[in-house]
Write a protein that binds this ligand. Structure first.
Ligand SMILES: [Zn+2]
Length: 443
């Protein structure tokens, strides 16, 4: 079972995913990124990570929003999205050319079938069809064309308000995809992309379970869902959804497309897998589609959360007197053991080590579209990489541990870990751990 999925971000991250290839199970790729940099991704997937399963998020929701969300600063459609529009064709292409987002009425029997085939076909073959000639010969020789683990039916984003329109279309797209399952010899999954108003609406969620149970598996993504600020009601709704889906479909897969430690704990309640990015992909807004500046923060294992440099540095200073204490209280992963030198015996030296390896940044100025600008700090690449490696080490350990240890022990460990650091945070900031435990314990 592939539980731990990593989201492919940029070509620059390939080397990290290769270096850490033994510490996750599979790879997830956005269709827009694939369309944009197909050759590079194809090479990557056929490289040292060629034993990893992968799947592609077809990103069909990109075309239903205000078009500003898929445009660049020059008011043109982002080049990454543009290639995907070519791949998907009608009715998306005509609509976007007219400067209009796609709507339910744009689909009719003919173009719905063609659109579905374009979206499935793109996922099925774009990676191996984009292999350059040199590599193709070799891959052909060893007979190892990489095909996706499963295909995802085209989907659109739903809120409570618009669900009466998009839900029936999503159902049609699922059913049409299933008609073509045999052609691809691949499982067909549905992707549920919703906002919080939809999530906490029991009627809608049970409707989804009823309508989305004919597929072979389900991927879900709640817009901008931050597990550390989510309410008990929202967290309970996620838990209930996973359990209800599995109760109706015991042998099927259900995967959280963006998730942190709370989602990982749901693996104990039959969630099949969790996807996260390289450091900054535990949540995501549905729009804008693509983009955003990745921020480097240090993942504090005890709190299962990434913490800003300005907050973590004083914590390290106050809590840690020497390297041994750092390993004990903050982190003892192989990256930290290398970065915080073994023979360090004073607070100041530990902090210096920590700062130099994880927190160095340089000032930059961000210029906004409206003409204003703001001075901020941008992490140095090497600091970002060390934060990332430490994060990947810890995530791997978390998945391993969750596999082996029962939920009650995981929860009491979480509370103990929290107790060691809660004095540094406001009540509101740290309350997420109580909410997680409350939701999962009551169950
Ligand atoms: Zn570490």
């Amino acid at each position: 079972m592939h539980k731990h999925w990593l989201r492919y971000g940029t070509a620059a991250e390939q080397k990290h995913m290769i270096k850490y290839k033994d510490k996750y199970d599979g790879i997830v790729i956005n269709a827009s990124m694939l369309a944009h940099t197909a050759k590079s991704i194809s090479r990557f997937i056929h490289s040292e990570v060629n034993n990893k399963p992968y799947f592609i998020d077809p990103m069909t929701h990109a075309f239903q929003h205000d078009l500003a969300k898929i445009k660049n600063d020059k008011n043109e459609i982002k080049s990454s999205i543009e290639k995907l529009i070519e791949e998907y064709g009608s009715p998306i292409k005509e609509k976007i050319e007219k400067g209009q987002p796609v709507k339910i009425d744009d689909f009719n029997t003919d173009n719905l079938a063609n659109f579905t085939l374009s979206v499935l076909g793109f996922q099925y073959k774009h990676i191996f069809a984009s292999l350059d000639d040199e590599l193709k010969e070799y891959v052909e020789y060893i007979g190892n064309y990489k095909k996706p683990e499963f295909l995802i039916a085209p989907y659109f984003y739903m809120t409570k308000l618009n669900s009466s329109q998009w839900l029936p279309l999503n159902e049609k797209l699922i059913n049409k995809s299933l008609e073509h399952k045999d052609e691809y010899n691949r499982d067909i999954y549905a992707q549920l992309v919703i906002d919080k108003s939809f999530l906490v609406n029991e009627d809608l969620m049970s409707k989804v379970i009823e309508k989305y149970s004919n597929v072979d598996g389900l991927i879900y993504w709640v817009d901008d869902f931050d597990e550390t600020t989510a309410s008990k009601e929202e967290l309970s709704a996620i838990l209930k959804f996973v359990k209800d889906y599995k109760m109706k479909n015991p042998s099927k897969t259900i995967i959280s497309l963006y998730g942190g430690y709370f989602s990982q704990l749901l693996l104990k309640y039959d969630l099949s897998g969790v996807v996260h990015g390289l450091e900054y992909g535990e949540m995501r807004g549905v729009v804008p589609v693509g983009g955003g500046i990745p921020r480097s923060k240090f993942y504090l294992p005890a709190l299962r959360k990434r913490i800003n440099g300005s907050v973590i540095a004083p914590i390290v200073f106050h809590e840690v007197n020497n390297s041994e204490e750092f390993y004990k209280k903050i982190c003892n992963c192989s990256v930290c053991k290398k970065n915080i030198k073994q023979d360090v015996n004073t607070k100041n030296e530990v902090l210096k080590n920590f700062d130099e390896k994880y927190l160095l940044s340089r000032p930059i100025e961000i210029n906004y579209k409206n003409g204003s600008s703001r001075a901020t700090e941008f992490p140095l690449i090497e600091s970002k990489i060390q934060c990332l490696y430490h994060y990947l080490e810890e995530k791997y350990k978390e998945f391993e541990k969750i596999e082996k240890i029962e939920i009650t022990s995981l929860l009491s460990e979480l509370i103990n870990d929290r107790d060691n650091f809660e004095q540094y945070f406001s009540v509101d900031e740290i309350a997420y751990i109580d909410r997680w435990v409350h939701v999962l314990k009551d169950d």
